[in-house]
Design a protein around this ligand. Structure first.
Ligand SMILES: *Cc1c(COP(=O)(O)O)cnc(C)c1O
Length: 636
């Protein structure tokens, strides 16, 4: 084991690169969580978490949520803004909001609201259902409730209800007609609204969400419309209701330059509105604070080239410099960071339930009388492998023999058994070539694929579509790490496949060091020992975007709180049951009760005709019903 160490494991899996200070590989070879950075003595070993989950009788796959990480991220964002504001002698304050669309789970929102109370941290909603949620959840009258997205009459009334309740509810106008609707409704109900305008920015974010900015963005008012809005409100005697300027140029901004450019543009708009006689109280810089999913700290699409600290500094100093140049007061700053708050707090833990070895099946290839010379040729190539000098030629010859053999089989020239022997020999040669080329500096291009075609696939008890939607939909990288045995050299290169019957249900993009690879080193599976992997940073968007593909549905969840007095440093506060088969069938309009009674009737009929004996009939009926009420995932 001299060629393996925890440092080497760290290099391969990059845990401390993407872990944001919350995850490390421990000396015992297990992944550890340190959910409270202020108290590094709290260290939670995933092995104990797995044991606890099993003791609770919860089936895998499981979403594990660390509530302390949510709290730490809320505190960290707010404290970073506060200290930067102080250091910059900025005269406005920070009043952030959490956009609930990033993760609307009640427990998540409750935890964020609670952790944010000392900072007057608020909530943002972008739809009617979300608005109904934030009205009930954000009861702090000193924090903001910001409403984005398209709005109808009911939406406006709900917002104004919020005003009646004494809340700072800001309606952000996304298009001009919404303004007319809002003013009309507010006058009718005689309630003063707080109005924001969303600017359509010319600067675009970089990365996958760049179309949230630019002239073709689907949200926001042009400069002309913003001026028209201000003038209209003035005419209506409501100029002082206009309080906030909003912009959002996209999520997961990969390049800090986009943030700087947006700040310059946004600050100019704010300053000129002020000089035109519209002194706004708030500038809301939207979301976009990125997460380093691949640990490269670069402008890769799954990364970002800046830290939270640098982002905050660019927002605060960018605004300050422009305001000072223009001689206008510093506005209060709002940001709507969602991904940065929630991404780290949850992960999916599941087990590998099998290995799909590629081309490893072999049959006896010994010589037989009268066999076809294609087979002879291939065997000769295999037998003389050691004495070959031109390995590239060996590869070409073997590939050619195999292709010819396949044609010959279709033309009824060779038999099925001969073809199988040729394939067995072919893959034997490929495996030896792979070993040979590992020592070479130069590997010809067509041979670079060998590692992938000879790698295994580990069958993982989960659904990509439910639990890692972004890896499938937008090719996002997600860190995947074995949770134990990291002090052992991972000797099997493999990709992951899920249990859906969809060939897209796989993960075959990883980063190792700084390189993107299609296989990940994992450990050989052992008999009678479960092998668990974690998919990390799943707390933003993917957590709630999962779909019903193959009717797998939602995962069981455990909510973990750290607790210093406990020997394991944590306890499971809550278990939220995932979908049962019944649940997902109901959603698809089936009636599971009726299905059960139909199946019972079919069984009873077979019992009456003597095909099934009565006792067995009862067992089959019970079994069908148990499966209906059971978990949708595999029971290994
Ligand atoms: C999605 C969204 C956000 C959240 O963005 P993150 O990049 O997750 O922080 C914030 N504001 C608006 C208007 C959004 O649409």
């Amino acid at each position: 084991m001299a060629d393996w160490s925890i440092e080497e494991a760290e290099r391969v899996y990059g845990v401390s690169q993407w872990g944001g200070g919350y995850f490390q590989i421990g000396e015992n070879g297990n992944v550890h969580a340190t959910p409270v950075p202020d108290d590094p003595s709290i260290r939670i070993d995933f092995k104990s978490v797995i044991e606890e989950i099993r003791q609770e009788g919860v089936q895998f796959p499981v979403v594990v949520r660390f509530h302390d990480i949510l709290r730490s991220q809320v505190a960290s964002l707010n404290k970073t803004f506060r200290s930067t504001i102080e250091e910059a002698q900025y005269t406005g304050q920070y009043q952030g909001v959490y956009p609930v669309k990033v993760n609307q789970m009640r427990e998540v929102v409750e935890e964020i609201v609670d952790a944010g109370t000392p900072f007057n941290y608020g909530l943002e909603a972008g739809s009617k259902a979300e608005l109904l949620t934030v009205l009930a959840m954000n009861t702090n009258e000193d924090s903001l409730t910001i409403l984005n997205g398209y709005k109808d009459d009911e939406f406006m009334r709900l917002a104004l209800l919020g005003r009646k309740l004494g809340r700072k509810v800001v309606v952000v106008v996304e298009k001009y007609s919404e303004l007319l609707l809002l003013v009309k409704t507010a006058k009718e109900l005689n309630i003063d609204p707080i109005i924001g305008v969303r600017a359509k920015m010319t600067v675009k974010g970089r990365g996958k969400w760049e179309s949230s900015g630019g002239e073709r963005a689907k949200f926001g008012l042009t400069i002309t419309e913003i001026i028209k809005t201000a003038r209209y409100l003035e005419e209506q005697g409501m100029a002082d209701c206009l309080k906030l300027l909003h912009f959002h140029i996209g999520s997961q901004l990969t390049d800090i330059r986009a943030v700087k450019e947006a700040m310059t543009e946004g600050a100019r708009i704010y300053a000129d509105l002020h000089k035109m006689g519209f002194p706004l109280d708030y500038v809301d810089v939207g979301g976009g604070l990125g997460i380093d999913y691949d640990g490269s700290n670069s402008t890769n699409e799954s990364s970002r080239n800046y830290s939270m600290q640098e982002y905050v500094a660019d927002v605060v100093y960018g605004m300050k410099e422009m305001c000072d140049l223009e001689g206008v007061p510093h506005p209060n700053l709002v940001s709507e960071s969602g991904r940065a708050i929630t991404a780290h707090h949850s992960c999916v833990v599941t087990e590998i339930v099998g290995e799909i070895k590629s081309n490893s099946a072999s049959i006896d290839t010994s010589e037989k009388e009268g066999e076809h010379f294609f087979l002879k040729n291939m065997r000769e190539l295999a037998d003389t492998f050691e004495s070959q000098t031109n390995m590239h030629e060996v590869y070409n010859d073997a590939s050619q023999y195999k292709e010819q053999a396949l044609d010959a089989f279709k033309l009824r020239v060779i038999t099925l058994e001969e073809l199988a022997k040729i394939e067995t020999l072919y893959w034997e040669i490929m495996a030896r070539l792979q070993v040979w080329y590992r020592q070479e500096e130069y590997v010809p291009e067509e041979l670079q694929e060998l590692d992938y075609s000879l790698s295994s696939q580990y069958l993982c008890n989960f659904s990509v579509f439910q639990s890692a939607a972004d890896t499938w939909a937008i090719d996002q990288l997600l860190p995947v790490v074995p949770l134990t045995r990291l002090n052992e050299k991972p000797s099997v290169n493999c990709s992951l496949v899920d249990i859906t019957c969809d060939s897209d249900g796989k993960i075959d993009q990883f980063t190792i060091g700084r390189e993107i690879t299609d296989v990940l080193p994992m450990h050989p599976l052992r008999k009678d020992e479960s092998y668990y992997v974690g998919l990390f940073l799943t707390g933003a968007y993917q957590d709630v975007m999962g779909d019903m593909h193959n009717l797998f549905g939602r995962l069981n969840e455990v909510h973990i709180f750290s607790y210093d007095d406990d020997p394991e440093d944590f306890y499971i506060e809550e278990v939220v049951k995932g979908s049962s088969v019944e649940d997902v069938l109901n959603i698809m309009q089936y009636n599971p009760r009726a299905m059960a009674s139909d199946v019972k009737r079919f069984i009873d009929r077979k019992v009456s005709s003597g095909v099934i004996n009565p006792r067995e009939g009862v067992r089959w009926t019970d079994f069908y019903e148990d499966c209906l009420s059971g978990y949708t995932y595999l029971k290994p």
